[in-house]
Design a protein around this ligand. Structure first.
Ligand code: SER
Length: 312
């Protein structure tokens, strides 16, 4: 039977492109987009949309029952920088939404869940280079704490109740269609918006802070791949490490200069520098590559060219 999909947080940076990709695969009427706010034109025109507050269990439950939803992609969350400013809201949105969906799956009202975790589950005491799947995890950001708690919650619901929940720890995601909101890795998108307008960029991180990153197309591909994998191939039910490339602000500025030689960057680190410093430089994602054949495609050079072409 074809899945009937609900994307919660469909107007966000990843949700909007994920919805379009899922509609390509399953047909527009099999994928219901939902968010607390409307999305961009492309999303709104691509198929059905419904307003939902991800923290209201009843609203979600009614929608799932009415539309006979089988699979949920829960993309609603407050990201790292915003979460530091609104810790209570971050905790309630990030945790309640997950808890409602897991509970609905335990009650057999849905079959399969995708829920994203993040490199933010790691903290200052985690080994920074090639960070392993299983290692010290002492996140010191509100966002990282919600994601780590969420991972434990997912594994618990799988072990206790057989809930088929699948997850990856996204690195910073670089995209041109929908702007990101409130992340620490957002600099790597903001920089392109300035560069294509021939404006200098003032970076809120230092030049040398290396972070794991990924082009949106790879992130969507990973999401679709893990959800399409056989149940028995998903061996990790907390969340999989996922990686593509790692670079620093200086590296990406150099890459942009190959296409826009007059591009200028200045560094003025703010509170996000400390968040970035607490995260890994690079990630070992060999388990995802082994268990469900994950492979990334985009290099820094390739994504730079695609970002510049599309933003122009
Ligand atoms: N991109 C996210 C952030 O910066 C990390 O998952 O908050």
């Amino acid at each position: 039977m074809n899945p009937k999909i609900l994307v919660i947080g469909a107007s966000g940076q990843i949700g909007s492109e994920l919805t379009l990709a899922l509609r390509e695969i399953h047909g527009k009427n099999s994928v219901l987009a939902s968010d607390i706010k409307e999305g961009n034109d492309e999303l709104m025109k691509s198929g059905p949309f419904i307003k939902i507050d991800a923290t209201h269990k009843e609203e979600i439950a009614n929608c799932i029952a009415f539309h006979k939803v089988t699979d949920v992609y829960l993309m609603a969350a407050l990201l790292s920088a915003t979460a530091e400013k609104h810790p209570d809201l971050a905790w309630s949105l990030n945790m309640q939404s997950l808890s409602h969906i897991l509970e609905l799956a335990r009650e057999k009202k849905i079959k399969k869940i995708f829920w994203p975790s993040s490199i933010a589950v790691f903290g200052p005491t985690t080994p920074k280079k090639n960070t392993p799947q299983r290692t010290i995890m002492e996140p010191n950001t509100v966002y990282g704490i919600t994601k780590l708690a969420g991972e434990r919650w997912c594994e618990y619901f799988f072990n206790k109740f057989g809930v088929d929940v699948r997850s990856v720890r996204y690195p910073g995601i670089i995209s041109y269609k929908t702007p990101p909101g409130g992340g620490t890795t957002d600099y790597a998108i903001d920089i392109f918006h300035k560069a294509v307008k021939n404006k200098p960029y003032e970076c809120f991180l230092n030049d040398d802070v290396m972070l794991p990153m990924m082009f949106m197309k790879d992130a969507i591909n990973a999401t679709i791949k893990i959800m399409g994998a056989k149940k028995e191939d998903i061996k990790i039910r907390s969340s999989y490490n996922l990686a593509a490339i790692s670079f620093s602000p200086k590296d990406i500025a150099e890459s942009i200069k190959k296409s826009i030689p007059e591009f200028k960057i200045r560094y003025k680190p703010d509170f996000r520098q400390e968040i970035a410093e607490s995260w890994p430089n690079s990630i070992d994602d060999s388990e995802a590559r082994k268990d469900w054949n994950w492979n990334h495609q985009y290099t820094l050079e390739e994504l730079t060219i695609e970002m510049i072409e599309n933003l122009k």
